[in-house]
Design a protein around this ligand. Structure first.
Ligand code: GDG
Length: 745
């Protein structure tokens, strides 16, 4: 239909143009034929005059005779000759035949006879006017006017016009037919061509056909090249369908139909603390908070957490709720109060002295106490009750965060069987042997299998978990679909690498220029303007490889003494779990090591290591990231690690080098960093040397590529992928429920 319309649009003007051309051409042709015929008629007229000359000469001799008149009468019987007039040499009309117009004088006939188109209109139609001298042996004796019929020219012109129009109509028809056929053929060609392209065949497919097998390698090459080009093009455009808050919101509106979102995490995103008479709001140093907070801001919902701030209770309403972020009120924070005992047993005890070292395998012995376990179970139950209390429907989407809540999924499932429970384990999962030392391994696994979806950062952690279940539970495992069926429920185990929120343009615009950040940081540390800095930013935790990092700095200064006085290593170590013995002694060791290295290589006005063991606000962290020549992330074991991603996001100047532990989940995505084994001090020191001497172009290339990765694989993608899987799961459940309702019996 479309093609027909297209063709008509083309044909109608074409035909109209042809007809107009015909109408313009016909008068032109008439004039042309008239000229040709005038020449013939003139010749004929001269001939007739010559033939009549003698008779006319004789007639003139006898003026009273009627011979001349009868001669004229006879001559005009010729069907072409319609009138004859005889003029004297001085222009008097002497004789005229019947049909010769009275109005035509000799003088006028002479004038007309000399024109290009010598014609007049008489009674029977147009007539050609010829003016010829009549001569005898003495010379001209009179003038003869011959009027010859021209109506045949008109008849012929009409005929010509008719035939021309028929011809043009025929031509138009033929052109139209050809156009239609060609258009149809080429349209079909386009359509099938486009279909072939969509199928991925396109222009290359003929080369791949069996008709030309010898061209197959060439076609494969061509295809690979095209893929490269497409890839390059995509890269140049940036991430194709970038995950952002809007896309996440759209996903919640469509696939999750605006269902309620509840996050459960031990750590709250905003802590209200009392400082003197004032209440100040603090953001905790936590990778989990960094990742999950943007998700809730994008989707509203409720975050249930332990209210740990000294002024937390003062700002909540009667239901222990407060709207956050302060001043923006984008979602609800529901606080739960824990007694000192509960916190000690559940949080410090079982979670951080038991599960944390158990899962990190960082050569710190896990401690499992019966009383801690009891508290852990009780607190998990309290959080489960809070989820039920906050749920506005029987099937909310609940996001359970981390190792503090291994028992929570099954507890929620018991009260809200139709809830979709997404559990994300932010830390690594060890191999079955290591996990096997936990006395409550079975209860923990059963608790986690209450989840609909269970997420880890990497495939490797998923594999470890599935193997652990296989070892310690009677569960059915479908490796192909990565699902575990236990009792009547099944759990989908998948990897969802976590990330950060890519800084918005507004945020980036608020950053000071890199040179300014450098100047500020150096000035604050009392260092000269050309001083080089490497940095580390962590919670003060033994898994982060802070000790190994300082050893590497020490080794660098031994191997390359030219750096002494030129380079300082700045370590931010945000206070964390400081009440635990293991942490206390670890932090003391770091302080002691720092002191020793500073004593060994430092001098008046120069410290090789700056240990800043205090909480920093986010703005000063980003200032430090932007000021650094190198960032060291040397975790001994880390689920993901977000510091390396923040460092990359902060470097819009595409400078600075990232040194990254191969034992951090992030190393799987960020291969353009300098990857190190942090246990190998020599290797880490060499990487630091390489980072500090890396040419600008290489820094730019590595940083550019890292930035592209982090920007695309952002935290919205992490949440989006999980929620998409949840949406699919819910749809399947609903369909199954409907089918069951309609089954007989
Ligand atoms: C777990 C997993 C996983 C640090 N000092 C300060 C501060 N920070 C912020 C950083 C960063 C976060 O804390 C630390 O991120 P990590 O990824 O290293 O996290 P963990 O706390 O160990 O978290 C980890 C993470 O969960 C997410 O799944 O990546 O593998 O162990 O954002 O910037 N923030 C503030 N002041 C500080 O002094 N405000």
């Amino acid at each position: 239909m479309n093609t027909l319309r297209l063709q008509l649009r083309f044909l109608v003007p074409l035909v109209l143009t042809l007809i107009a051309a015909a109408y313009l051409a016909v008068p032109l042709m008439d004039r042309l034929t008239l000229r040709w015929f005038s020449r013939d008629l003139n010749l004929r007229g001269s001939l007739v005059t010559k033939t009549l000359s003698d008779s006319i000469a004789e007639g003139l001799q006898e003026p009273g005779s009627s011979r001349m008149q009868s001669l004229f009468n006879r001559v005009v019987q010729d069907e072409r000759l319609v009138g004859i007039g005889l003029c004297s040499l001085d222009g008097e009309l002497l004789r005229r035949s019947p049909g010769f117009p009275r109005s035509l004088t000799c003088a006028r006939a002479e004038v007309i006879g000399q024109q290009d188109e010598p014609q007049i209109r008489i009674e029977g139609g147009p007539a050609h006017v010829g003016f010829y001298p009549v001569t005898d042996e003495t010379g001209p004796i009179a003038q003869l006017i011959l009027l010859q019929d021209l109506s045949f020219v008109e008849h012929r012109s009409q005929d010509t016009q008719k035939y021309l129009i028929i011809l043009i109509a025929g031509l138009g028809g033929i052109i139209a037919l050809i156009t239609v056929v060609v258009a149809q053929l080429s349209w079909r060609g386009w359509v099938s061509g486009a279909r072939a392209l969509l199928r991925g065949e396109g222009l290359i497919s003929p080369l791949m056909s069996s008709a030309a097998p010898e061209l197959a390698p060439f076609a494969a090459d061509l295809r690979a090249r095209l893929r490269d080009l497409e890839d390059e093009y995509r890269r140049s455009l940036g991430p194709e369908t970038e995950w952002n808050p809007e896309r996440l919101r759209a996903l919640l509106r469509t696939q999750l139909r605006g269902d309620q979102l509840i996050v459960v995490a031990n750590r709250e995103p905003y802590i209200h603390d009392k400082v003197g008479d004032d209440i100040v709001v603090k953001r905790p140093a936590s990778g989990l908070v960094t990742a999950v907070e943007p998700l809730l801001r994008a989707c509203s919902g409720t975050w249930i957490a332990h209210g740990s701030g000294s002024a937390d209770a003062e700002v909540v309403d009667a239901h222990d709720r407060v709207l956050v972020p302060p001043g923006k009120h984008e979602y609800t924070l529901r606080r739960l109060w824990l007694s000192e005992e509960e916190e000690k047993g559940y949080y410090y005890g079982f979670a951080n002295e038991g599960l944390w070292p158990l899962c990190h395998v960082a050569h710190v012995r896990p401690v499992f106490r019966e009383s801690d376990w009891e508290h852990y179970r009780a607190v998990n139950q309290r959080f489960a009750d809070a989820v039920v209390a906050e749920a506005r429907s029987e099937d909310p989407v609940v996001l359970v965060q981390d190792y503090h809540f291994a028992l929570l999924p099954a507890m929620i499932r018991k009260k809200l069987p139709r809830a979709t429970i997404l559990t994300f384990w932010h830390i690594p999962w060890p191999n079955p042997e290591s996990f096997g030392i936990c006395p409550w391994r079975q209860e923990i696994l059963e608790g986690m299998l209450g989840s609909t979806i269970l997420g880890f950062h990497t495939r490797f952690h998923c594999k470890n978990f599935i193997e652990t279940v296989d070892r310690y539970l009677e569960a059915r495992i479908e490796h192909e679909h990565s699902t575990i069926s236990f009792h009547d429920d099944s759990t989908f185990v998948e990897s969802y690498p976590i990330s950060i929120e890519w800084p918005s343009e507004q945020t980036q615009a608020s950053w000071l220029p890199v040179a300014q950040c450098r100047q500020n940081v150096l000035a604050r540390l009392g260092l000269p303007p050309d001083h080089r800095i490497a940095i580390g930013v962590d919670r003060f935790d033994y898994t982060k490889g802070i000790l190994e990092r300082i050893h590497a700095v020490e080794r660098l200064l031994e191997k390359h003494p030219e750096w002494i006085g030129q380079l300082s290593f700045v370590q931010i170590a945000a206070p964390s779990r400081g009440s635990l013995e293991e942490y206390k002694s670890f932090q003391e060791r770091i302080h002691a090591l720092t002191e020793r290295v500073n004593k060994r290589f430092g001098f008046e006005g120069y410290k090789p290591v700056h240990l800043l063991a205090v909480h920093h606000d986010q703005a000063s962290l980003y200032e430090l990231y932007r000021a650094a020549d190198a960032c060291m992330v040397t975790s001994l074991h880390d689920g993901m690690n977000l510091v390396c991603k923040e460092f990359v996001a902060a470097r819009d100047d595409e400078r600075g080098v990232l040194i990254l532990s191969r034992f951090a989940g992030a190393a799987r995505e960020m291969s353009q960093a300098l990857i190190v084994n942090p246990y190998h001090v020599e290797e880490t020191a060499d990487a630091l040397q390489r980072a500090l001497t890396m040419p600008e172009a290489e820094q730019r290339e590595r940083m550019g590529s890292l930035r592209m990765t982090v920007r695309e694989f952002n935290v919205y993608r992490w949440a989006g992928r999980m929620l998409t899987d949840a949406g699919r799961w819910r749809l399947r459940e609903r369909i199954e429920a409907r089918v069951q309702r309609h089954q007989p019996g």
